[in-house]
Design a protein. Sequence first.
Lengths: 374, 250
Amino acid sequence: MNTKNIKINGRLKFIFWVLLIAFVVAAPSLLPVFRLNLLGRYLSLAIVALGVDLIWGFTGLLSLGQGIFFTLGGYCVAMYLQLNSSSEFPNNIPEFFALYGVKDLPFFWAPFKSLFFTLFAAWLIPALVAAILGFLVFRNRIKGVYFSILTQASLLVFFNFFNGQQKLINGTNGLKTDVTQLFGQMVGSELIQRYFFWITVFLVITAWFFSKWLIKGRFGNILIGIRDDEPRVRFTGYNPVLFKTIIFSIAGALAGISGALYTVQSGIVSPQFMTVPFSIEMVIWVAVGGRGTLLGAILGAVFINYAKSLVSEALPASWMFIQGGLFILVVTTLPQGILGWLYSESPRNLLQRFGFIRKIKTYPSLEINKNGES
Amino acid sequence: MKSDTENLLSLVDVTVNFEGFLALNNLNLKIKRGELRAIIGPNGAGKTTFLDVITGKVKPTKGQVIFKEISLIGRKEHKIARLGVGRKFQSPRVFENLSVQENLELSVSSPKSPLHLLKKNIIKDQLEEVFQLMKVVNLTKKNDIKAGALSHGQKQWLEIAMLLGQKPDLMLVDEPVAGLTDEETDLTADLLKSLAGKNTVLIIDHDMDFIRRLDCKVTVLNQGAVLFEGNMDTIQNNQKVIDVYLGRPD
């Protein structure tokens, strides 16, 4: 029975990979530019979802504030692009400053003139912010619902701050990137967007393998231990505060990379990325895809977002209901998410939950196969 | 008077006050190196609080806990564990979503820093030790099975093996035979007895037959303080102990 399942899983996996690789390779020539750009954006969201899976699926930390780190990454690249294209504007600073009568570049903009600095800052700054926030929270042993509320409150603090700072970062209008220049080309141009698509695909795969590497050994086992029984981890001699801070910081870095890629492919970064619903959606992608599976996070992010845009085109305003319904459906019938269900349960359980077939009272080998052992 | 270096652990006037309720009340206790000691007492006598104080889970209102001539007061749980205090919980607490082998790997791994665990795989000696431990508790064939799928008795044994894997100087064992069959109880008693001498073992239990089989010094706790100390026979004939705990002998 068991070996058969593994075999089927192996074949399924193989087919899945062949289809996926074929699709990604063929996508740029098959899809219209608009669709390709959407796919690129949703793939970049898969990276933040991977981070959510690491901290929630494996470590049990339900963060509702990943939008903070996502947006920080986005602002980093947007600031670079704005500076890179502001030579014709008054005072050689981005155009929006003139609206508020700002003549000198705020001090923290200066390092973002360097592409090198920006490429590091886009993940290092979110990682540091996450590490500091995480360390303070974890050291005080704030857990569970309180942790979730605290991350959401932090998100609101950041949102209000970014929203109100017109003179520093253009406030609620955000920073546009699509009309800026990169290597002498418009960022919004087809050529540059195609490059961004490939970079995104590459980074999603890299982030995925990196996450797999993180969780495969004893480090990952400690994370699972923290999720299941944190005091036991302490009494075994490990300091959970360090482990949680590290993984939260890594999730922050992934969110930053994701935000940077999403920004350049959307053409703008604004405090809207830090709204409460968006950060909750990130959790939904992982829950639907299958938490604790990594691949589920990627698939959840891409498919839900793609479905969102397709549904929104056909039936405007109905998406929120569908997304809510999907979440409820998954939580009630597939608590492990779609991939978790494929990995660990047989299709029979799903039919059972919907009431199509009767529940088994003992073991399947005793009740389904009348002869006992199969 | 014996010198203090002989005592691995000493509790001096330890009081734990839970908002008016004295879980421990001026408790004084000394455990010698290599000793096997059993602690009994009625429910609410403060047995588990006593372990909580030693392992750093509960900070005493007053008093001192000295382990290897170091004060444990104010130290974090993981620091105390690394100093050499291992604890087995009352209900078996293993990492249910990890396999038997992974559970044991975590307990024998050293050093226990995150970066070390990320960079290096488990070294050969430690892996060897893991297999040795699985043999001791009879779980070799189940090495790949998730700990959550083990039976209650197997979980108890896995947790004891995890405790051994930590190589603690002091082993605190809370009700190791709860829910075990008679045969398993006997095996556990033999295992714990064989550890004494090299290790210092402190056992809390209710099962009188099991305690008798351990054949060691017994401390009776009542209302957060030591009521009586002695071997099993003197305890069973002590009027105070009979009154509060044992009841009339059959």
